[in-house]
Design a protein around this ligand. Sequence first.
Ligand code: GLU
Length: 485
Amino acid sequence: MKKVRTRFAPSPTGYMHIGNLRTALFEYLIAKHEGGDFLLRIEDTDQGRKVEGATDIIYNTLKMVGLQHDEGPDIGGDYGPYIQSERIGMYKEYADRLVELGGAHYCFCSEEEVETQRKEAESFNKAFKYDDPCKHIPLEEAKKRIAAGEPYVVRQTIRHGGATHFDDEVYGRIEVDNDVLDESILLKSDGFPTYNFANIIDDHQMKITHVVRGNEYLSSTPKYNLIYESFGWEIPTYIHVPHVMKDEHHKLSKRNGDASFQDLVTKGYLPQAILNYIALLGWSPETEQEIYTLEEMVKAFSIKRISKSPAIFDIDKLTWMNGMYLRAMSLEEFHALCEPYLCQAIHRDVDRKAVSRILQPRTDTLAQIAESVDFIDTLPDYSIEMFIHKKMKTTYEISLTSLKAARKALEELNDWSTEERIHDLLLTLPAQLGMKNGQVLWPVRTAITGKQFTPGGAIEITHILGKEETLRRIDKGIEKLETEA
Ligand code: GLU
C-alpha cells in the first residue's frame, strides 16, 4: 500500500481559525493513524492578502498543540519548496502543458469584458459562469499574441455536456453536470496560480494521498478532477469536512469577531484542551471517552466517523474540558501556569503556590484567576447581608459571636506556618460555642473575603492572608455587624 501523505495548506492570514486548526488535526490524525507523513504547505499565492508574521503564527500554533509536521518550509523535505510563492515557475510550465493537452486555454479578455457578462447574468438573475470567447482562438494564434506581449491568463477549458463525479469519504458520491462548472482562471496575468490550479499541482507533486479540506471546495472538486485526468494523474482520496458553526445558521468566523486559536489561548484556554475539544467537532469516537491525548486520538481516529453535519462550537463545553485538563495536572504544573496571572493579580506578599492550590479544583480557565483572587489584595466593600446564609444557619448575632471568638483564638496563635494549626483552632470553636461548623466558618470567610464565592474556604484563606491581615479583616467584620446590623 502507498504511504499515506496528508498536507495542511493554510493561507497566511495572520490568525489560526478554529476550523483550520481542526483540518490540520484531522490531516495529522489520518496520516499518523496509518504511520504516514503530515506536511505543511504555505499557500501564499494571493499576495494581496499577505500578512507580515502570519507564517510564524502557523508554525507556533502547530508547535503549541504538538502537531509536528514531517516536511515543511521550516524543516525542508524531498518535495519542496513548501511555500507556493517559491514554486511560481513550475505552475507556468504545467499550465502550458495543460493547454497543450486541451484542459485549458489562453484567455485575453479584459476584466471589463468579464464584468459585462457578470452584470448581464445578474440582470437576468442567472448564476454567473463566464462564457469565454477565447477558447475558440486557435492555439497557434494565441501563442503569437502572447509572444507579442499581450497580457493573458490561463483558463480551464471545460467540455460541454456530460457529468463529472467523485466519491468523497464524508459526503459520498458527488456528481456535477459539466455545464455548470466554470472555466476558472488557473494562472493569473502576473504568473501567479490561483488555488484552483496550485492545489492540484502541489498535491500531485508532493505525493499527497488524502486531501482534507473545508466543504466549500466540494463543488469545485469535479473541476480539479478534470485537470488530474487531463494530466493522467491519480486523483487523491477526498475528505471534505463540514464547517465549524457558531450556531445553527452562522459559521464560526474570525472576521465576524469569533475567537481564533490565539484568542482562546489569550483567554486562558490550554492548547491541548483546545485541540482535544476540536477533535470532537465533527469526529465521533466509538466510545464515550472525551478526554484524549494526541497519541490516543491517533489510535482511535477513523475517517469513517467524521460526520457531515456541521458541528457547533460550544464554548461552555470547551471551558469544561479545559477545567478537566487543569485539574488533571500536578500542583507544580498548574502553579507554573498560574504564576503569570497571580503575579499580575496579587501584590500582597503571600504564598502564591498556596493560592494555586485552592484555585486548582475550581478553575476552568486561567483567565478566571484574576477575578477569583481579587479579594487577596483588597477586601471588597461587601454588604452585611452576606453574613446571612440560610443553609449554614447564620444570623447577624451568630456571626458576631463567631467572629469575636475566632478573632480571640487566632490572635493567640503565633505559629502561622501551616494550615493545620489554623484548622484545628477554628474547628474547636463550634463545639465551644455550641454551634455548627458552618456557623463559624461562613462568617469568618465572609469577613476575610467579602465575597460569596471564593476558591478555598475560611481556613485556607486565613492561612494565605496571614495573621495581621486576617485579624484586620475580622475586626472590620465585627465593626460592620456592630454598627450596621
Ligand atoms: N489555502 C486553502 C485554505 O486555507 C487550503 C485549502 C486546502 O486545504 O486545500 O482554505
